[in-house]
Design a protein around this ligand. Structure first.
Ligand SMILES: Nc1ncnc2c1ncn2[C@@H]1O[C@H](COP(=O)(O)OP(=O)(O)OP(=O)(O)O)[C@@H](O)[C@H]1O
Ligand SMILES: [Mg+2]
Length: 340
């Protein structure tokens, strides 16, 4: 019996979905041998080593901005995840893998190839906003504009969909990992401390915001003093982090505005009437809905379970191809993507 599998190959996380369950959710990272570039550890185990490697090992995030940046490592990482989730239990699964909207067919093909190498029989690609829309039960077969924004780690995937396809889109290279980098830079500059990626993400999730918080909160963070090199505990407040996140947050707003500016006015007026749907982990930062709705002048709603709506929608599309039938959107297979 063949199994249907949905894969969200994200810049920060890979999610595997099968049946009606998430069967694996791990960081998209590998630790490789610096000399041979041979991957040694993947996922959770590798993530714990990020920022803690010696010169003999390098941490590689093979998916950057939602597309494959290191094909060899990506292929082995997917193979490891498939084996970890399913062992040898499945025979030639049918797989759908998500890619950002508006990327080239070469990038679709690489994503599909990386998955095919792990033994899949039939691999299809779907653009994330289309998958999210299907997962959310949005009927986009009608001539009416819907805006879906997937704020991931590496990209903010912005799409206006109507009549079964994408009308305008952009996969903007500003997203939640820019918040992490802004926090690291701010702590360096203002506290003279070096912090790692995991601490930056903790600060972002616990006290980060893109609108001012009504009540200031503070947490203790750990870093190493830039002058002495010694580990030190220091206090960080929500208002200083808000200041540090202003710029990347504004860049996300501008990227969305730019897509609206190139969208037909009638579609824009539909969106202003019906509102915008947000998904992706980046949507979870405190105040994102409020910031976007104030900047764009439209109602903004966060999808239920925003971290998983893309992969859930992808598998729904794989199981119910008739959902795409009314429009011009076609799932693409490796054969469709062969370059002439
Ligand atoms: N509660 C939270 N508050 C703030 N940020 C969060 C929260 N939960 C997750 N994130 C951030 O969301 C990002 C991950 O989102 P997601 O899983 O949608 O990205 P991805 O699919 O891996 O990336 P991309 O779609 O860009 O390839 C990470 O940067 C993570 O730190
Ligand atoms: Mg994503």
């Amino acid at each position: 019996m063949s199994t249907n599998i949905g894969i969200d190959l994200g810049s920060s996380k890979t999610i595997l979905f099968s049946g009606s369950n998430i069967v694996l959710e791990e960081p998209s990272v590998a630790i490789v041998d610096t000399d041979t570039w041979e991957p040694l550890y993947f996922g959770e185990k590798a993530f714990k080593m990020v920022g803690r490697t010696s010169e003999y090992y390098t941490a590689v995030f093979p998916i950057e901005y939602g597309v494959i940046a290191d094909y060899g490592v990506a292929e082995q990482m997917v193979r490891y995840f498939m084996r970890k989730a399913f062992g040898n239990r499945i025979l030639k699964p049918k797989v759908i893998v998500t890619v950002p909207s508006g990327v080239t067919s070469v990038q679709h093909r690489w994503a599909a190839k990386a998955v095919e190498a792990s033994g899949a029989r039939n691999v299809l690609t779907i653009e994330s906003p289309i998958a999210a829309a299907i997962g959310l039960g949005i009927d986009f077969s009608k001539p009416r504009g819907n805006m879906i924004i997937d704020i991931g780690a590496g990209t903010t995937d912005i799409a206006v969909i109507s009549m079964g396809g994408i009308a305008t889109c952009d996969s903007a290279r500003v997203a939640s990992s820019d918040f992490d980098n802004a926090i690291i830079r701010h702590i360096r500059k203002e506290h003279n401390m070096q912090i790692g990626l995991q601490s930056a993400q903790n600060i972002k999730k616990q006290i980060g915001s893109v609108v001012p918080r009504p009540i200031e909160i503070a947490i203790q963070a750990k870093g190493s003093n830039l002058f002495t090199g010694m580990p030190q505990i220091f206090e960080v407040t929500s208002s200083e982090i808000y200041e540090a996140l202003k710029e990347p947050a504004l860049n996300i707003c501008k990227a969305i505005q730019a897509v609206l500016e190139k969208t037909e006015p009638d579609l824009v007026s539909d969106i202003l009437q019906d509102g915008i749907m947000l998904t992706g982990g980046g949507a979870l930062i405190y105040g994102m809905e409020q910031l976007l709705s104030e900047y764009l002048g439209a109602r903004v709603t966060i999808a239920p379970d925003p971290l998983h709506s893309v992969v859930k929608g992808a598998i729904t599309a794989l199981k119910n191809p008739e959902l795409l039938k009314n429009g011009n959107y076609r799932l693409r297979s490796i054969q469709d993507l062969i370059i002439e």
